[in-house]
Design a protein around this ligand. Structure first.
Ligand code: PMM
Length: 303
């Protein structure tokens, strides 16, 4: 596989949850054949990676044991890698990562940023694979209580920097590390919007950044009907595409999405228009009243 971490073009990661209870696609791909068929479709739609997860991380979800998680993901990963589909494994457990890497997975996507399992750094270091370190403060059951920040961007940045330091100390190579702000994980809707608007402050950590907004509840809240009823998950595709393209234009390395085709199409438009970049407001550009939000600036080829 070409080195995705060094990719010059935005990386699209397609979501494949083989769980009975994930918030937007739970239950749909619990059967191996259906899961593999969907993974192959995501790849042919343009996903550079198919992100296979066997444990739901939706707020309030109960944990499954490691055996159950391995039993869910391993047959799917085996078939996808045999079919030539590059796979990342969405897990917080070293045991699961190790089993799946041995079956041909390319990337570990760890929503706990290495916090949940002290053995994860060793597994990743020995495999030499890319490791997504997502910002995380605790398992799903507790995460709503943990959404307290002084300045969400500064706090997430500092906590991610700490996770990166720990990974480096454990011997993981710097060029294998990808960071992720963890939208929706111990974050309110306001926190998610603030992180989205100030992405460049996280980019200066010096690592590629993965952005995962797809179908998340803050988009449902944004699109609520006049009675205040949030838009259902299957009606959040256009908002997901919009926020994903804005993240790429702000410098994100990649996006994690359920609807790969729409994102790939939108990124083709972004590319064809000269890869316009969002730059922090600076005179003489007109900016929003607080002077902090991004405006569209001069395009720059490449990333
Ligand atoms: N979000 C979910 C699961 N895994 N991984 C990364 N790196 N970033 C995310 O934002 C992220 C993730 C939850 O969404 P899902 O239930 O639709 O998979």
């Amino acid at each position: 596989m070409t080195d995705l971490v060094q990719a010059q073009d935005p990386v699209v990661m397609g979501v494949l949850n083989v769980t009975p209870d994930s918030f937007s696609d739970g239950g749909r791909y619990a059967d191996v054949d259906a899961a593999v068929a969907h993974g192959v479709r995501l790849h042919s739609d343009g996903a550079h990676l198919v992100d296979v997860g066997g444990e739901s991380t939706r707020p309030g979800a109960d944990r499954v044991d490691a055996e159950t998680e391995v039993a869910r993901v391993l047959p799917v990963v085996r078939e996808l890698t045999a079919a030539g589909v590059p796979v990342s494994i969405d897990t917080t457990r070293a045991r699961v990562a190790e089993a799946v890497l041995a079956a041909g997975a390319d990337v570990v996507n760890d929503v706990s940023g290495g916090l949940a399992d002290p053995d994860m750094a060793r597994v990743v270091r020995d495999a030499g694979c890319p490791w997504v370190l997502m910002h995380w403060r605790g398992h799903s059951r507790r995460m709503r209580d943990l959404a307290r920040y002084t300045d969400v961007v500064a706090d997430v940045r500092a906590e991610l920097a700490h996770r990166v330091d720990e990974a480096l100390r454990a011997g993981v190579a710097a060029d294998r590390i990808i960071v992720d702000p963890g939208l929706g994980f111990a974050k309110t809707a306001e926190h998610n919007w603030e992180l989205s608007a100030r992405l460049p402050e996280l980019l200066d950590l010096g690592h590629p950044l993965l952005f995962g907004a797809s179908r998340k509840s803050y988009l449902g809240q944004l699109l609520a009907d006049p009675a205040g009823q949030p838009r259902a998950t299957d009606g959040r595709a256009a908002a997901t595409v919009a926020t994903s393209v804005l993240a790429v234009a702000a410098g994100a390395w990649g996006v994690r999405v359920h609807d790969v085709r729409g994102t790939v199409d939108a990124l083709a438009v972004w590319r064809a228009t000269g890869r316009p970049r969002l730059v922090p407001t600076a005179p003489p550009y007109p900016g929003p009243p607080d002077g902090r939000g991004p405006v569209v600036g001069a395009g720059r080829a490449g990333r």
